[in-house]
Design a protein around this ligand. Structure first.
Ligand code: ATP
Ligand code: MG
Length: 341
């Protein structure tokens, strides 16, 4: 997303913030607990997570979960503007401060006074602006571009990124001191595939929202279709689910019930891993078992199935199991050795 989004509309107040974030899985309850604790404080929060996991909506929930919820909410996407324009956007400028500065301008920091400034995609912030942001966070004051007047800020800063910010620090692309300043309270948004129990609730929520927006009578989702949604890996997370429900409503035409065929989900290129709960329990006899041989038997069964499904093609079998071909060949050799023992 490259558009600069700035919204200053009042949003959910009090405990209403809880209604922003749908989901009752253990993972989402942890996120909500963190939001509840951190909402009323001024501590800087860094929200991480894959694309579409709800980072921005979590940031809004933090804003609404404290007294700042009555103040402004200002969101800025750090990738939306080139460095010099972003600096003016954040801190404001005086007329004539730079070519093109035709009039005085109030920056986003000033607009967010008494409220929350959400800096999205913070990992892409240019080095020079990182230094400036660090100064503002530490000193709680700044100057507009071209002005010597110091402006005090009372702004709570929440940032988000879907990149590994620590890796960027290690690559010398992100200041370590700023990383720690932003990461006072870290909140990690879990990918949807790690909280599948939330899928039915989210699907119902989006179905009601989309039917309402499309002004069609409320539809329902057939059990088989819901099963399909629950089984899918959702590489695009909640945003992808929302879009899939929108497509489902459209493709169902006049039908009241959404069927599996109404959800044309692209095959994810990342194979799913089976959750621990789905793996059958291997009984350990009182007399014990041979660990190496037992695990080898499980591995052998997985490899044999993949080779059978791919007609003995090792490359295709390796792809199916998310292994390198050389790793698959090495495993086959090791397993043959275990069998000979
Ligand atoms: N727990 C949730 N409950 C309800 N809606 C959600 C939830 N999580 C995400 N959404 C919805 O999914 C969409 C994507 O969420 P959001 O924009 O917050 O994701 P993001 O992590 O910021 O994504 P990106 O990294 O691509 O910017 C939005 O429409 C949002 O309202
Ligand atoms: Mg976002």
């Amino acid at each position: 997303m490259v558009l600069l989004i700035t919204q200053m509309t009042p949003i959910a107040q009090g405990r209403d913030w809880e209604r922003l974030l749908i989901g009752e899985s253990w993972e989402m309850r942890q996120v909500c607990r963190m939001i509840e604790l951190v909402g009323p404080r001024r501590a800087t929060v860094l929200i991480t997570g894959e694309s579409g996991t709800g980072k921005e909506i979590a940031a809004r929930a933090i804003h609404s979960a404290g007294p700042r919820g009555r103040g402004p909410w200002v969101a800025v996407n750090c990738t939306a503007l080139p460095e010099n324009l972003l600096e003016a956007e954040l801190f404001g400028h005086l007329r004539g401060a730079f070519t093109g500065a035709m009039q005085n301008r109030v920056g986003r920091f000033e607009q967010a006074q008494g409220g929350t400034l959400f800096l999205d995609e913070i990992g892409d912030l240019a080095m020079e602006l990182q230094a400036k942001l660090l100064r503002v966070l530490q000193e709680r004051e700044f100057q507009r571009l071209g002005s010597s007047e110091t402006i005090k800020t009372d702004v709570r800063v929440v940032t988000a990124t879907n990149c590994d910010l620590m890796a960027r620090v290690e690559q010398g692309l992100f200041r370590e001191d700023l990383y720690y300043r932003l990461n006072v309270v870290p909140i990690a948004m879990p990918p949807l595939r790690q909280r599948r129990s939330d899928i039915p609730m989210l699907a119902e929520h989006f179905l009601a929202k989309i039917c309402g927006m499309e002004e069609v009578p409320l539809k329902s989702i057939a059990p088989a279709a819901l099963e399909r949604l629950c089984d899918y890996s959702w590489p695009g997370n909640v945003r992808q689910l929302e879009n899939a429900i929108e497509a489902g409503v459209a493709l169902s035409g006049d039908r009241d019930m959404l069927e599996p065929s109404d959800f044309p989900l692209p095959q994810s290129n990342k194979p799913r891993s089976i959750s621990a709960a789905a793996i059958p329990t291997i009984p350990v006899p009182d007399g014990g078992l041979d660990y190496e041989h037992t695990v080898a038997a499980i591995e052998r069964s997985i490899l044999a199935q993949a080779l059978q499904k791919t007609g003995g093609n090792k490359k295709a079998a390796a792809d199916m199991l998310n292994l390198k071909r050389t790793t698959l060949s090495a495993k086959i050799r090791t397993l043959e050795a275990v069998a000979l023992n």
